[in-house]
Design a protein around this ligand. Structure first.
Ligand code: NAD
Length: 483
């Protein structure tokens, strides 16, 4: 099947069968809103419960499957995703609006994640310890946590589901996956590949639909043992309260307001590239985007002038057009939110440096130019996650001031610094209150085999990705034997 260019009809995958929904929805191409990417099935509470029951019924068998079987399944999924990365990347670009190279890159990453966890399925860790008592043996083993509800956002519609589904299956769990409403076709395309890899019925299920109905049913259902969520802070808070009330295991990856510090001794060309890539590529729709550029006084004006020039040269356009730097905003709602922040910034007294205009292109889409402001730390544009191609520059007196500004946020996902000083880079790595640090690199752009996640308001629960994913997708059992 070729998913890249045609309109699709996306159905749920429940208990090993493709099912129509109780209603249908459509997803559209943000680069050309005349184009319907797919008509997709939408589930209600009852249909979601069917998927949850199927996952619960499949659990006893799958949780005792051999590591080799799980490894083979995950490897097969990874191989197919990698073999079809161009076509699936095109689907991603059409539905989410990333540029085609970004879409292909994300799909390739999803394939690599499945292959990584194919290896991890063979390396499920355990420990044997000497008992403190005579004649007793102790061991610590890991078992699957159970039925996992996976709730994903729209901005990485292949990679984020991959980094949740792959470890869930690798460690012997069963899955009910709900993609975001704006990108159901990407979720369905992933499910279509998973459906052909030899998993027993019910081990993996896809249900599409609203967060309020499908998502909330997953969150509240007593048969769902663990919930892995990526999305906004507001939704994450609600999920945490409901999950805690019934003591479900929960992992939340939420927003960011990530700082990129630029010190006076930085290589300014490199710093500009870090800012452009980290703040504006993928239309700024990344939780790791550097939406706060904290620049030390001596290079502040030069940095702003050069960044402004660089922004003026960026090409915004249809995600499939060759040579485009930035695709459209994902939908009208997000575009309106971005535009409202431009007004908020101006009204609060932030100085507008560049961009933010709505753009006309040959196809009707949600296009805006990348925007830059000079802000003060108390401005909302410097405090709140916007999730669009809008960044602000904050002026720092010196390194200590820059570090304080970097940490002055309720978020704590990622922080970057551009400097040639080993001393400052080392100090920053130690004292940035985040889950990930970058030196002379954009804040966005991470490896797939090491932990991903943050602190403070950005994350809750154990880390995702790499072997640290075992923490969430397994539960530990301590065994004692009289020898
Ligand atoms: P969102 O919170 O609106 O939705 C995320 C998912 O939650 C969707 O599938 C949605 O349908 C579902 N949902 C909504 N209400 C629900 C409810 N009551 N119960 C259960 N599920 C519900 O977020 P979004 O707009 O899709 O994504 C953008 C956000 O995601 C941004 O804030 C961004 O920072 C964040 N994000 C974070 C990371 C990270 O790893 N930290 C990565 C990507 C995106």
């Amino acid at each position: 099947m070729k998913f890249g260019e045609m309109q699709q009809s996306a159905r749920h995958y429940i208990n090993g069968r493709w099912e129509t929904g109780t209603t249908t929805g459509t997803s559209e191409n943000p680069s050309d809103t005349r184009e319907v990417v797919a008509e997709y099935a939408r589930a209600d509470r009852n249909q979601t419960e069917l998927a949850i029951r199927a996952a619960a019924d499949a659990l006893p068998h799958w949780s005792h499957s051999t590591p080799q079987r799980r490894a083979d399944v995950l490897d097969q999924i990874g191989n197919e995703i990698l073999a079809r990365k161009d076509e699936l990347g095109m689907l991603l670009a059409r539905e989410e609006g990333k540029t085609l190279p970004e879409g292909i890159g994300e799909v390739a990453r999803a394939g690599q994640i499945f292959k990584f966890f194919a290896g991890e399925a063979l390396r499920i860790p355990g420990e044997t310890m000497a008992s403190v008592r005579p004649g007793i043996q102790v061991d610590v083993t890991r078992e699957p946590v159970g039925v996992v509800g996976i709730i994903a956002p729209w901005n990485f519609p292949f990679a984020i589901p991959a980094w949740k589904i792959a470890p869930a299956l690798a460690y012997g769990n069963t899955v009910v996956f709900k993609p975001a409403e704006l990108v159901p076709t990407c979720g369905w395309a992933l499910a279509e590949i998973i459906s052909r890899c030899g998993l027993p019925a019910g081990v993996f299920n896809l249900v599409m639909g609203s967060g309020r109905e499908v998502g909330q049913t997953l969150v509240d259902h007593p048969l769902v043992n663990a919930l892995s969520f990526t999305g906004s802070m507001a939704t994450g808070e609600r999920i945490l309260q409901s999950a805690a009330a019934r003591r479900a295991k929960v992992q939340l990856e939420m927003g960011g307001k990530n700082p990129l510090v630029v010190l006076a001794d930085a290589d300014l060309d490199q710093a500009i590239e870090c800012a452009v890539q980290g703040s504006y590529f993928s239309t700024g729709q990344r939780c790791t985007a550097s939406s706060r550029l904290i620049v030390e006084e001596p290079v502040h004006d030069a940095f702003v002038a050069r960044l402004r020039n660089r922004l003026a040269g960026l090409k915004v356009g249809h995600a499939l057009e060759r040579g485009i730097d930035i695709g459209p905003v994902v939908d009208r709602g997000q575009l309106e939110q971005n535009q409202s922040y431009l007004d908020i910034a101006r009204n609060e007294g932030a100085e507008h440096v560049w961009g933010g205009e709505l753009l006309e292109r040959p196809t009707p889409g949600h296009y805006m130019s990348p925007a830059l402001f000079l802000a003060r730390p108390e401005h909302r544009v410097a405090r709140e996650e916007i999730f669009g191609p809008i960044a602000c520059v904050l002026r720092a007196d010196d390194y200590e001031h820059a570090l304080a500004l970097a940490n002055d946020t309720p978020f704590g996902l990622c922080a970057g610094i551009c400097t040639t000083s080993l001393k400052h880079a080392t100090h920053f790595r130690r004292h940035a209150e985040v889950g990930m640090t970058m030196v002379n690199l954009p804040t966005a752009g991470v490896d797939f085999h090491v932990p991903f996640g943050g602190r403070k308001g950005s994350s809750y629960g154990s880390r995702e990705q790499g072997r640290y994913a075992a923490e969430f997708y397994t539960t530990v059992k301590t065994g004692y034997v009289l020898a």
